[in-house]
Design a protein around this ligand. Structure first.
Ligand SMILES: *[C@@H]1O[C@H](CO)[C@@H](O)[C@H](O)[C@H]1NC(C)=O
Ligand SMILES: *[C@@H]1O[C@H](CO)[C@@H](O)[C@H](O)[C@H]1NC(C)=O
Length: 363
């Protein structure tokens, strides 16, 4: 469990960190954590690495929009949104003992933002909700470095820039812009390790998915503002994920001189494999009506989700009860482990990591 002081601080930091959010969707402590990925590894049990999952409870390897819409609950606060949001789980690598320990995250905050020249506030035609069966990912589980000069502006560079980390401390130290090659921080983060991911906000308007789960969408030219490329002209409401892990709980167990000890479930000690997945489960008419109408009062413009009367909002306590108690995979992913679940040996890069399956795991 996160210590109460940590959770309280988190709320303050998060609520001031991104201006002009259209609304912020809080998701409570994870709905389930397991090796399942209905986008990248559909119908495969288990998938490659452990994910931390939020949203509708019907999360399985074979989940579709239609089965997700039948979810009995979601651990995020808007009841009409049964989407799934997931990302790799973080572990502490105790190098002296050779073990891995799960690091708790304090939930997920999903910002739904009205950005770019398609937004009516910027003179555009208005932002759209993607179609019901839409899905996408941002980030790359095999990445261990960045390839492009920051700000170069190609879609490939924007994809790299879309993943960020911040080391939170008493002065709200945001370290992610300091060094374009840097992934994870190098020091303890007293208020937590914060990771963010920008999802693409431009759509080709036709395909609900693509082979790499990315090509049917594109980033805005300025990542969080600007225009859509002509190949992907439809402006979507923009999703931005923010997660904070309580790395400070492990502060007494490592020294800076030994190097940063936290790794993603992908076997990544660099941070560059950070990625996020979105499987749409919205009542799309509700979201479109909210986008079109909940944009006038001060609270609506400040991103307060309760200020949009179209939404049916659950309490934190009620949403927090929505947890998948029986995982689709019989393996332990929490507590102290002797190896990362699946076949995820630590791969430091800088070249792309090999994504092993259980079947081709090197001995
Ligand atoms: C999807 O997977 C779940 C869990 O493994 C299973 O209970 C369900 O029957 C599957 N549904 C279909 C349509 O195959
Ligand atoms: C985005 O750019 C437009 C101009 O194209 C500007 O009016 C607007 O304030 C910008 N929004 C943000 C959040 O920077």
């Amino acid at each position: 469990m996160l210590r109460p002081s940590f959770a309280a601080l988190l709320t303050v930091i998060l609520s001031t960190s991104v201006a002009n959010a259209w609304f912020r969707l809080p998701c409570t402590l994870p709905m389930v954590q397991e090796r399942i990925d209905p986008i990248v590894n559909p119908n495969q049990v288990p998938s490659q690495h452990v994910h931390t999952v939020h949203g509708g409870i019907n999360f399985f390897s074979n989940t579709t929009y239609d089965t997700l819409r039948q979810s009995s609950c979601t651990n995020c606060l808007v009841r009409q949104d049964l989407s799934n949001y997931w990302f790799p789980k973080l572990y502490f690598n105790d190098r002296a003992k050779g073990t891995f320990e799960a690091v708790p995250n304090g939930g997920l905050l999903v910002y739904y933002q009205n950005r770019g020249t398609n937004d009516v506030a910027n003179g555009g035609k208005g932002l759209k909700v993607s179609s019901p069966r839409f899905r996408m990912i941002s980030g790359d589980p095999s990445a261990r470095d960045k390839q492009y000069a920051r700000g170069q502006g190609s879609q490939a560079e924007l994809r790299e820039r879309a993943i960020e980390w911040a080391c939170l401390g008493p002065k709200s130290v945001y370290s992610f812009d300091l060094n374009p090659k840097q992934g994870f921080p190098t020091t303890n983060c007293p208020y937590g390790l914060n990771a963010r991911i920008h999802m693409p906000a431009c759509w080709d308007g036709v395909n609900l998915d693509s082979a790499d789960h990315k090509s049917h969408v594109a980033h805005l030219s300025g990542l969080d503002n600007g225009s859509c490329p002509s190949t992907h002209p439809v402006g979507l409401i923009r999703l931005f994920y923010e997660v904070t892990w309580d790395v400070d709980a492990f502060a007494s167990r490592w020294k800076e001189s030994d190097g940063w000890p936290f790794v993603y479930a992908t076997g990544d000690p660099t941070g560059h494999s950070w990625h996020g997945d979105f499987l749409n489960g919205w009542d799309v008419d509700v979201l479109q009506r909210a986008i079109d109408t909940c944009n006038s009062t001060p609270d609506q413009l400040n991103g307060i989700v309760d200020a949009c009367p179209i939404f049916n909002i659950a309490s934190q306590a009620d949403a927090g009860k929505c947890k998948k108690t029986k995982s689709s995979v019989t393996e332990t992913v929490d507590g102290v482990l002797t190896k990362l679940p699946g076949c995820n040996p630590l791969q430091r890069g800088p070249g792309a990591a090999t994504l092993y399956t259980d079947a081709n795991c090197p001995k």
